[in-house]
Design a protein around this ligand. Structure first.
Ligand code: SF4
Length: 350
């Protein structure tokens, strides 16, 4: 069991983060926010994949003014991502954003007071989102590379500014595109404040490398008990970000959702088409939300052992397959019938 860092609780719409509440999964749209139809349609797809908090970019007034229309059509907390402009933040809050994210590296300090007053009135939190790519110039100084310490310095400076204004409804993130710097920054800040943390490896790359970096970075921090909400950043469809985030949380047994497939890598002993079967099973079970463990194994070497620990299993055995339920062998089927018979048992299971 991971012992989680104790933090304040922050409420984003109807989702609470920190204070031991479940680690929530977030993502961000990549449509033009002002295109309400496209944005809402993407949010619905992302939500179906398991997203619990959605963020949209607000680069202009046209986008800010559509937030209330988007909010009407979705039922998950909406976060407005703001850079450069206090007026955009004010408009987003007035339009009903459930949280705003500001980047201290580019956000005018002169606009903070007005925002804080409005956030207090509307009871919405602010995320101070430090990003190594846009750190305040005076902290960077003459150095060529932003360090974890510099990111923490920026976070502490901006937390203090907010606290001076009497605002404590804060979430903090410290993102860099590399794993070690990100981990170091969160570890350092975790010793100094008790605000909840939004975790992520920013600009992690395409699906393959980004998934690995995110799993190592976010996963290492979660294992240390650090982190209250996660966003995986991938250069691909945001639906994939949500799937990866869930796999990280499920792997660490911090959350449960949907199907967990245990499948063998195949080898010379493989008796049935494990690759094809696993792909099909992934497809037919992708919308199941209840936790379910399925073993898909090529032979009896490890097959029966894995099947014993799974709710349902398929184990290759002398050119046929054994279908198991709760560790018991239910039937023996020919290879061509495996999927059909498995689907029947999956239906029976519920
Ligand atoms: Fe090979 Fe059997 Fe292990 Fe699969 S379970 S990798 S087929 S030995």
């Amino acid at each position: 069991m991971v012992r989680r860092r104790k933090t304040k609780i922050v409420k984003i719409g109807n989702v609470k983060i920190g204070g031991g509440f479940p680690i929530s999964v977030q993502s961000m749209t990549n449509t033009k926010t002002w295109d309400v139809g496209a944005t809402v349609s993407q949010i619905k797809k992302i939500k179906k994949a398991g997203c619990e908090i959605i963020r949209v970019g607000v680069p202009d007034l046209k986008s800010a003014k559509t937030l209330s229309k988007i909010k009407e059509k979705i039922n998950l907390p909406l976060v407005a991502d703001i850079h450069f402009s206090a007026d955009l933040a004010l408009e987003a809050i007035n339009q009903g954003a459930d949280k705003i994210r500001i980047n201290p590296g580019n956000f005018p300090k002169s606009g903070l007071r007005k925002i804080v007053v409005l956030c207090k009135r509307k009871k919405i939190p602010i995320r101070i989102g430090i990003n190594s790519g846009s750190l305040e110039k005076d902290i960077l100084g003459n150095h060529e590379r932003v360090t974890a310490k510099m990111m923490v310095e920026s976070a502490l400076r901006n937390i203090k500014l907010m606290e001076k204004l009497g605002f404590y409804d804060l979430v903090i993130s410290l993102k860099a595109p590399d794993v070690l710097r990100t981990i170091r920054a969160y570890e350092l800040l975790a010793k100094k404040v008790d605000y909840p943390f939004h975790l992520g490896i920013t600009e992690a790359g395409r699906e393959f490398s980004g998934t690995i970096k995110s799993a190592i970075g976010i996963g290492s921090l979660l294992l240390k008990g650090i982190g209250d909400t996660v966003r995986v950043s991938l250069t691909t469809d945001p639906v994939e970000e949500v799937k990866v985030a869930w796999e990280i949380l499920k792997s660490l047994e911090l959350r449960e959702r949907g199907v967990k497939i245990v499948s063998c890598p195949t080898c010379a002993r493989t008796e049935i088409d494990i690759m094809g079967l696993t792909k099909e099973i992934e497809k037919i079970t992708q919308n199941i939300k209840k936790p379910l463990k399925i073993a898909v194994m090529g032979c009896i070497v490890n097959g029966l052992g894995e099947a014993r620990e799974a709710d349902l299993g398929i184990v290759g055995f002398e050119r046929v397959a054994l279908i198991t339920k709760n560790g018991e062998i239910l039937k023996r089927v020919k290879e061509k019938d495996i999927l059909r018979e498995f689907k029947k048992e999956l239906k029976n299971y519920y």
